[in-house]
Every structure is written in C-alpha cells, then in structure tokens.
Design a protein around this ligand. Sequence first.
Ligand code: TXA
Ligand code: MG
Length: 317
Amino acid sequence: MPILSATVATIAEAARHLRSGGLVAFPTETVYGLGADATQDKAVAAIYELKSRPSFNPLIAHVADLETAERYAIFDHRARYLARRLWPGALTLVLPRNRHAPLSDLVTAGLSTLAIRVPDHPVALQLLQALGRPVAAPSANRSGKVSPTTAEHVDEEFGARLAMILDGGPTRVGLESTVLDLTGERPVLLRPGGVTRETLEASLGEIDVAAEGHTGNPKSPGMLLSHYAPRLPVRLTCDTPRPGEALLAFGPDVPEGFALVENLSPRGNPVEAAANLFAALRRLDQPELTGIAVMPIPAQGLGLALQDRLRRAASPR
Ligand code: TXA
Ligand code: MG
C-alpha cells in the first residue's frame, strides 16, 4: 500500500523521495496534490505523464511562506496585501515569474507568469519546509476527473503507479484554491475556489471574472470546460427522475423518486456542501446507475465554486 499515515518520519521520507525526483501525493486544505520538486524537469514531467495532463496546462507552485514565494514571483502591493491576509490559504496568485529563480519551465508550461500559493495544512507545510524547495502540485487525479479529498481517492486514481501517498485525513475545504490573476491592471478571477469572491472583493474592490470554456490558448488553460467528471453523465436539473438516476441533493427539500441520493448539506450550507462534493460524486458514480441529476445551489460564498465544478462535471466530454 502506498498510503502512509503522515508523521515526522514519513514526511521526512517523502521529502527525500521528492528530492530524488519522485512524486508524492500529499494533503492540502483544499484537495490532495500530486507533488514534484518544482526545480526538476524530469520530476515535473512525470506529473503530466501520470495525470495524462495536457502539457499546455501549467501547475501551481506550493511554498511554505510568503518570503519564499517572493523569490519565485514578483509581488506588487496588491499581491502582498492579499498574501498577508489570506495565506496560508486556498488562494493561488498568478504573478509575473521571477526569471532568475530556478524553476522548471514545465511548471509554468512556458508562460512568463507563475501560479503560486501557501497551503493551509500542517502536513503540506512540514513537507515544504523539509524539502526547502517549491513543490509543483496539481490535484492528484487523472486529468479531467473528479478531484481527490482523501488518500483513498488518490489510491483509487493511480494505484501502484504512485509510490507514496501521505495520509492527512479528509481535506477540510474540499474544493480547489481560488485562482486570481494579478498580472494585469484589474484582478481577474480565473477559477472560483476555496476563498470566496466576496472575500477577495472586500480587499480589492470589484474583480473581473474570466469568461469560461475557451479552448486553444486560454488565459487559464485549466478553464477547459469538461472537468471534474465522473463516469456517469451529469445534468444540472432534477425535475423528473429518469430511470436508474441518482440525485446530488442540496438543502432540506429533496425531490423523491431517485435511485440513490447523496445530500451535500441537508441544512443548505455551502461550506459543508463543498467539503462533501467530490466524495459524494464518487459515491454516486455507480456502474448500475444511468446518470446523476443535481439540485440547484445558490451562487453566494462557496456556492460560486460549487456551481463552477458542477457545470464542468455536466459539460459535454
Ligand atoms: O487547491 C488547489 O489549487 C490544488 C492543491 C493541490 O493545491 N491544486 C490544483 O491544481 O487544483 P490544478 O493543477 O488542478 O489547477 C491549477 C489551476 C489550473 O486551472 C491552471 O490552468 C491554473 O491553475 N494555472 C496554473 N498556472 C497558471 C498560470 N501561470 N496562469 C494562469 N493559470 C494558471
Ligand atoms: Mg485539478
């Protein structure tokens, strides 16, 4: 079994494995990441290969603190202000890359910008400190599939192809970090996530939201529409149950007649729903069922990121 309970000893072992060019899956507060030493080309290339990730889709560099982040990316006053307020946390900043800092070009997919964050999880932070280098880490799932929120999910995705999974229990937030582009004059929300738009706007004023669904050379290549997809087809309505259909419910008023129901939050709380989303999608993704219908979720707070993930899960493959 590649799953190791995270301890001082296994974290040190994981850091050695990273330094020798290996891949390690590790917990963050958002989802589990598939990490590689961001300074080693071969190690970063192995992430793309294991995930079957398109090589034009750049990765997030994870670092232990703001001071380290400032060595790899160029922070203006907005970036520093946000980082001081919200790091460690589920906010990824896209900033101009510092050309003089050693970093594999595969991390940025050749872009002149770098996505960077300080994760809010003790195991991730200890691993980053032990390695003393940035860790490139996408979510630890095959490209386009449902993101992992437990070590077991990661094991289901990759099995024996991944040598080491640090287990830190289920992730707290359950959705990926918010990706905010600060390379232009106006901040642009590239991906809604664990830090809400409301929280960002309280610090920055109004922010733009990137148009989605681009292909070709989108601003954030991870914006490709189909993503987070279970095997079963997903539809964003739940009017009349179809034969053999499952329901992803939200709130107290659950319609009847579905073959299997997972309620993200019976009390209608988006924070609770976010923490449950990916595990619930995995549990509903049963071969004997025909599809997954989804109840509406309001767009406030984490609801915006929930809607985003579900829209992508439901979009044509
Ligand atoms: O919560 C998270 O962010 C997790 C954990 C492991 O930290 N990581 C994660 O990584 O979700 P990934 O690779 O699944 O998503 C990274 C997103 C993608 O949408 C990617 O296109 C975008 O960040 N991104 C990375 N570098 C970028 C850049 N230089 N410019 C614009 N977007 C970038
Ligand atoms: Mg991902």
